[in-house]
Design a protein around this ligand. Structure first.
Ligand SMILES: N[C@@H](CCC(=O)NCCCC(=O)O)C(=O)O
Length: 258
């Protein structure tokens, strides 16, 4: 599937994609995974722009004025536990302080401003924390859940292949999109929702009861976050594609109001 942007009727939505901050040799870079960018192009029919996680975070208002949507991506780093009064991370845990400082306030600001947003994996966990929820830091050590991690030694295709069902909860955005019932999703995460954020709605659960998708029911605009990775070969899964298309439709509606 070409990633060349397909012309469409109406103004082209501009979608901000949050960046991970990483040191490459002596310099700090701000990066977003390619599959998120192509997911925005091929799944949401929109133009992606990377939003840096600067030491002095960008002011939200002028940014949100210019954006038609925001994608909060997955990432190997974990939200720092002090953001949810969690126990200190295990030694060697990867964090991204700058990303946390950008995304946690930006999520709230985007909902307040009526900017559509989609959260994926780490972005899903950020939404829960931004709404006052907490995380299990090592799901596999709780004894409460099945294995949700990928095997990093497997080929990527296998890591991102369907791993378990999720049951779509009645009355939410996902139920509107695909109906209640079960959907197959991939699973590449060590952490997960413990206490649900205040005012968030559960959209889907794994067979072990773990919350796998949430939304902000009182948001003026589309505000959904999922623990799995719908950006992975988005055009090859009707379920994954329906999520990005619903997000893209909300972004296009904002663009059309400009
Ligand atoms: N670090 C968190 C979130 C996991 C996550 O986002 N994994 C995907 C990383 C690679 C990608 O962007 O696809 C956790 O471990 O729960």
């Amino acid at each position: 599937m070409s990633t060349a942007f397909r012309p469409q009727s109406g103004p082209v939505p501009l979608v901000g994609v949050v960046a991970d901050s990483k040191m490459v040799d002596p310099h700090r870079f701000h990066m977003a995974g390619e599959k998120y960018l192509t997911g925005v192009v091929n799944g949401a029919d929109a133009l992606p722009v990377i939003i840096p996680s600067l030491p002095d975070p960008l002011a939200a208002a002028p940014l949100l004025d210019r954006l038609d949507g925001l994608l909060f991506t997955g990432g190997y780093s974990n939200v720092e536990p002090h953001h949810y009064e969690g126990e200190p991370s295990k030694p060697g845990t990867l964090h991204d302080t700058l990303r946390d400082h950008t995304t946690l306030p930006l999520l709230r600001a985007a909902v307040d401003a009526g900017v559509p947003l989609l959260g994926i994996c780490r972005g899903f966990q950020e939404m829960n924390v931004a709404w006052g929820g907490t995380l299990h830091q090592e799901l596999h050590e709780t004894g409460l859940f099945m294995e949700h991690r990928e095997n990093k030694d497997d080929p990527l295709e296998q890591q991102y292949s369907p791993a378990h069902d999720v049951t779509i909860e009645p009355g939410g955005l996902l139920a509107e999109l695909v109906g209640e019932g079960k959907q197959q999703v991939n699973s590449l995460h060590t952490q997960g929702i413990d206490r649900l954020g205040i005012g968030l709605q559960v959209e889907a659960r794994a067979p072990d009861g773990l919350i796998e998708a949430i939304s902000v029911p009182d948001s003026k605009a589309f505000a959904l976050a999922v623990q799995w990775h719908p950006e992975w070969k988005v055009n090859e899964s009707p379920f994954y594609l329906s999520i990005f298309q619903a997000f893209g439709k909300a972004c296009a509606a904002r663009a059309a109001r400009r």
